[in-house]
Design a binder for this molecule. Structure first.
Ligand SMILES: Nc1ncnc2c1ncn2[C@@H]1O[C@H](COP(=O)(O)OP(=O)(O)OP(=O)(O)O)[C@@H](O)[C@H]1O
Length: 585
């Protein structure tokens, strides 16, 4: 049973051990309460008996002693129940979040292309929270109640089997009803969750696009869309609650029917002289209490069913294959070689072929040289740089570094040899210093400041209230595009890795800043393998090699001088930009 629990609810060994103990202590708590009722009954029966026979009343001391023992036992078992039902599961779910985050870190980027980010966020936050609540409030309560009532049922059979059946028949029937509703309720839960994900997505999109929405006067249109999504979710949740409420209340009503059948059976048996009135009274006392532990469990049992779907979603992430590779990476030099590389986003996932972005790309980016990738927008330049760092795996052909196929190297190990400046700079809500230090965590303040100086950060940082210790807001919201880019360049300079990928690294800089930063870059990049992507031909004119991409293939490659002389694609792009530079509004 526990092995299936473990799988069904996605519990760790510690979690399942906690669940076992939680069920044990909940059962014990229920039995202690029932024993208290028994004690109360026996005390009352003793008093009534002595009053009717005129005998001396019993001493109160043993009764008071019994009460104290009862209270101590109840407190101890409640305490243990609380610990195993709550504390253990809070820890379990905290660990589940860490495990998912750790798994996500190791998954190939193709996974994120295929999965919706709002859906993933909902799994990490919403699903884990739902499971936490179901484990702590339902799992042990439910099983503790079932086991305790089974024990009491078996015990009560020895007193009067007819009354025992009259009191307990409603328990399996109420549960059978709820269990049968599980099938129809599962799609309801799934629909509610899907609507929740849609709401999260819509809110995220509205927040992300707030500037564009205002600039295009689309507030009313966007708000109407958002309201419609929220209304749909509300309707789905309300419908789910109504169906659930109907089923749970039917189960409650059936459970409570047991009181009526106990009373009717008991009355008939007392009248026919089959049982003593006190026996019937004892059963009535018991049924008034025996259903109580089921109340919370029945009310929340739907959460347990929903938790099974949550666990399935968690498993789908945890069973996703991580990017594999050897931790031993010993390249001979750092030439980056593309050998007949083809690539499609989405290829390899679910057997889909995906649209080809690169069909046949071969070139070498030599160590100690700057290789520039140029080509029209969408020709695959960024894709090539991502493949060079194994952010994705090629569909055909190989990418190697110093003779080692990057697909055979653990991505984390491989990336130690790369410094990358992306087109979209991502910054953390930290100080300028903290953001630059991401390049190399163990760098001294002097090293961080030297990198910042080389990337021309001093100019804008000196205007900030706390200089390099100024917080820059979420994703550097307090900085301009050019300032963000300079921080990103400083980060890459600090990392000082043998391979440098610059994807439009200086595109947001003005001419003055670009010249300063380019100078610093060319000094610091000496001796490294540099792959640079730039739209401005001015930026790539001094490169050692130009690779022109078009329609998924290398249209031409060579030194800038050779390509200019050849009068091909590169020469054409160069002349177009010169014409554009001459335009006046
Ligand atoms: N994550 C992705 N998932 C699916 N398709 C993508 C993804 N990233 C890029 N593409 C597609 O791959 C093609 C090449 O994109 P890529 O960004 O490599 O081009 P690029 O030459 O760098 O473009 P630009 O100069 O505009 O930055 C484009 O058609 C783009 O739509």
């Amino acid at each position: 049973m526990f092995a299936s629990f473990k799988k069904k609810y996605f519990l760790s060994d510690k979690g399942i051990a906690g669940a076992k103990r939680g069920i044990f202590w909940t059962t014990l708590t229920n039995l202690v309460v029932m024993a208290g009722m028994g004690f109360l009954f026996l005390t009352m029966a003793g008093f009534i008996d002595r009053l009717t026979t005129g005998a001396d009343l019993p001493s109160v001391l043993p009764i008071a002693g019994g009460l104290v023992v009862f209270l101590v036992l109840l407190f101890a078992s409640n305490w243990q129940q609380y610990y195993y039902c709550y504390c253990i599961f809070y820890e379990e779910c905290g660990n589940q979040r860490i495990d998912i985050a750790e798994r996500l870190r190791k998954l190939p980027l193709s996974f994120f292309g295929r999965r919706d980010l709002a859906d993933l966020t909902e799994t990490i936050m919403g699903d884990v929270q739902a499971m936490e609540h179901a484990y702590s409030h339902v799992l042990s309560e439910l099983w503790g109640a079932v086991i305790a009532s089974a024990v009491v049922f078996v015990g009560s059979l020895f007193f009067c089997w007819q009354l025992a059946v009259a009191a307990f028949w409603s328990v399996p029937v109420a549960f059978a009803i709820l269990y049968l509703t599980r099938g129809p309720m599962t799609p309801v839960f799934d629909r509610i969750r899907a609507e929740k994900v849609r709401v999260t997505e819509a809110i995220q999109e509205t927040l992300d696009c707030v500037r564009e929405v205002r600039a295009t006067n689309q507030e009313a249109h966007y708000l109407a869309g958002l309201n419609a999504v929220i209304d749909r979710e509300e309707r789905e949740v309300t419908r789910g609650e109504l169906v659930n409420g109907l089923l749970v209340n039917s189960a409650f009503a059936i459970l409570r029917l047991g009181i009526a059948t106990t009373l009717a059976t008991g009355a008939a048996m007392v009248v026919s002289g089959q049982v003593d009135f006190m026996v019937m009274f004892a059963f009535l006392l018991m049924v008034s209490r025996i259903y109580a532990p089921f109340d919370q469990a029945l009310m929340l049992v739907s959460e347990l069913f929903a938790a099974e779907s949550s666990a399935k979603r968690m498993r789908s992430i945890m069973e996703e294959p991580v990017a594999q590779g050897s931790e031993a990476f010993e390249p001979v030099g750092h030439d980056v070689v593309f050998d007949h590389v083809a690539f499609s986003y989405g290829a390899g996932d679910d057997g889909r072929a995906g649209e080809k972005v690169l069909t046949d790309v071969s070139f070498t980016a030599k160590e100690g040289e700057v290789t520039a990738l140029v080509g029209p927008s969408g020709s695959g330049k960024s894709t090539v740089s991502r493949l060079a760092a194994r952010f994705w795996d090629t569909t055909a052909g190989t990418v190697s570094v110093g003779g080692v196929d990057v697909a055979s190297v653990d991505p984390e190990v491989l990336l130690r040899d790369y410094a990358i400046v992306f087109q979209d700079v991502l910054l953390f809500d930290d100080t300028v210093m903290g953001n630059i230090r991401l390049g190399r965590r163990d760098a001294t303040d002097e090293e961080v400041l030297a990198a910042a100086h080389a990337a021309n950060c001093d100019e804008f940082v000196s205007r900030m209230p706390q200089g390099y210790d100024t917080m820059i807001g979420e994703n550097g919201s307090k900085l301009s595009g050019g300032e963000r880019q300079r921080i990103s360049i400083a980060r890459a300079l600090l990392k000082d890795a043998p391979i440098v990928l610059l994807d439009e690294a200086t595109a947001s800089l003005d001419v003055e800043n670009e010249t300063v930063v380019q100078e610093a870059l060319s000094r610091l990049l000496a001796g490294k393998t540099v792959i640079v992507i730039a739209h401005r031909m001015r930026t790539v004119e001094n490169a050692d090699k130009i690779v022109v991409l078009r329609d998924g293939v290398v249209a031409e490659q060579g030194t800038p001088v050779e390509l200019k002389a050849a009068g091909g694609e590169f020469a054409h792009m160069l002349s177009l930009q010169k014409e554009a530079a001459a335009w006046r509004l």
